[in-house]
Every structure is written in C-alpha cells, then in structure tokens.
Write a protein that binds this ligand. Sequence first.
Ligand code: UDP
Ligand code: MG
Length: 352
Amino acid sequence: MTDVRHDATDLIGAPVELSVVIPMFNEEEALPALVARLRPVLDGTGETYEVVAVDDGSADRTAGQLEDLRAVWPQLRVVRLARNSGHQAALTAGLHHARGRYAASLDADLQDPPEKIPEMLALARSRRLDIVYGVRVNRATDTGFKRRTAGAYYWLVRRLVGSHVPAQAGDFRLLSRNVLDALRALPDQPQVYRLLVPWFGFPSGEVAYHRDARVAGDTKYPLRKMVLLAVDSVIGFSVAPLRLATWLGSLAFLVCLAVITYTLAVYAAGATTPGWTSLIIAVLFVGAVQLICLGVLGEYLGRVYTAVQQRPTYYVAEDTGTAAAPMAGIAWPGPRRGRDSTLDSLGGPAGP
Ligand code: UDP
Ligand code: MG
C-alpha cells in the first residue's frame, strides 16, 4: 500500500520552524477571538511558522471564516477533513501534515493560552527536549462535573497505563520533529495522544498554565465522547480489563463452589428447601459475569477488527498547503464513531 503520509514531495513551501496545530469542530464563535490572540504571539516570536487549522467536518461557518482568514494571514493553512472524525483523529491529521521543526497543538477555544507557546519552544531548545507538556495548575474555570470526571480519568489511566503519564496534561503540548516522525511511522490506528506521547519516552519537560474558560461557544466534548475517549484510553493501552474478566470469572467460580458446598450440606441434613431465591441469584450472577467478560472481549475484538480493516481514520478533503489533489491519510473512526459522522456537513453554509 502506498503510504501518502510519507510522501512530502507534493508539499509546497519550505519547512518552517514552528507549526501550530488546531483541531476545530464548529468553532465559528471562538475563531475570531483565537486569531486575535494567537497571531500577535506567533508574529512576535520572529520564527517562521505555519498554523495548521484542521477543520473537522464543521457544519457551521468555520470553513468560510478560515477561507476568509487565509486571504489576510499567509501563514494559515487549512486541512479540511471530509467529515467529522473526532478530536484525536483531527489532531492526527494536523500532526501528520505539520512541516515545522516543532509542532504545538492547542484547542481552538482559548482554554490553552497561546502565550505559552514561545515559552515551550524556548524550553525545548534550551534543554534539548523533544516534548514539552502544558500542565494545568488549576481547573477552576471548568464545571465541577468536568473536574471530577477529568480527575477520575487521570487517576484511572495513571493506574492502568503507568505513572509516566503526566497528570492534568491534555492536548496542549509541543513536539519536536523526532516525535512527529515517530508518530507518522505508527500503523493506522486510533490514537490517544495524551497516553501515546509519554509512552515514546522521549526527553520531556513541563510548562504550567492556568486553564481558562472556553472563550465562546459550547463544548464539543459531550459526555458520550468523553466516555469513548476513556474507553479508548484504557483499552488502547492496557490489558487490565481482560484480566478483570479473569478475576471476575474466578470470583464467580469461588462463589459457585461455596453455594454448591452449602447446597450439598443442606441436602445431607435432609433439610432441602425449594431454594428458588438462591437459584435465581446464582443464575443471574453467573450470567452477569459471563456477559461482562464477553463485553470486555468484544471491546478488544472490535479494535482488532477495525485495525485489520485498515480503513483510514481521517480523510483529507482539502489541504491548502499542498499543490496536489486531496489525499487520504490514516484515520479513525472505527465502526462506532462512524455513526455520528455527517457527510452532509460538507454541504454546510459557506463563510460570511
Ligand atoms: N474538536 C474536534 N472534533 C470533535 C470535537 C472537538 O476537532 O469532534 C476540537 C474542538 O473544536 C476544540 C478541541 O477539539 O478545538 C477540544 O474540544 P472542546 O474544547 O469542545 O473540549 P473540552 O475543552 O470541553 O473538553
Ligand atoms: Mg475546550
């Protein structure tokens, strides 16, 4: 299979020092504020840079706004995905297309302050680091629910995946060309970057930042997507749930042994009762454990199936930074996420 990701010959423009990758999904409200804050910071660094805005199948005026902005901001490059593929897939597309010596990724809603990017770059250069994480020192502006679910998420992944995963580091980080090349060399699979990037083990540092409130618009991460990210994180990096199935099965077996002993004892004493309640409980319990185990196996099997299909996790409809025709990348979603994809969104309204 020809891997278009590694073919850089169709790229126009020279490599730049810094790429800033921003996944965007229906961010028409946040985009003007983002540009107003980001551009002075990047212009002020004196570095050659490009901004890779990944339009993740937005159905609002994001695409039109980006098109208008390109006319006045030459460093802005738009990678438009054919449909909504999810935050991590959009990030994948952006990182694969970034041609900087370093690439910073941040959210479009200004929760990650762009002013920290020069600091990250300076730290990476001075200490020869390949990764600089943006680590949140407070989440005061998040809702209580978001704080608690995020706390539970980091607790769980650090327990299952390892304590090398920095707590409270989201997708605001700077990566060197080494890491970007390593990412591009990975097989076509859904990625959870906040776990994958630490897993590489490249030298890394941290920059602390205050997480601001979303500047405008609503969150694009409803509970359903948060749960999917958590499931992907756990299943993608740990076999612990498979072991959980074994433990549950063993526990059920022990309980069954105890019940059998009790039943035989009661039988021997000649005091057998109809035993309807205990029978139902035993049947339900064993049935539930079996279903849990099947479900766990199904989660892994589903991912193996998706990986075997080798279907791209994203498809680039347009890249304003290349002279060539649209090209395929690799991309998730797998079967489940495909459901919320909207090819219709391509026909969304044009820009202002
Ligand atoms: N995003 C995306 N595709 C999606 C969902 C979100 O590209 O399907 C982008 C979104 O535009 C934003 C970033 O991912 O730039 C993080 O999303 P959001 O700020 O809504 O998440 P939250 O901060 O509420 O967890
Ligand atoms: Mg946000």
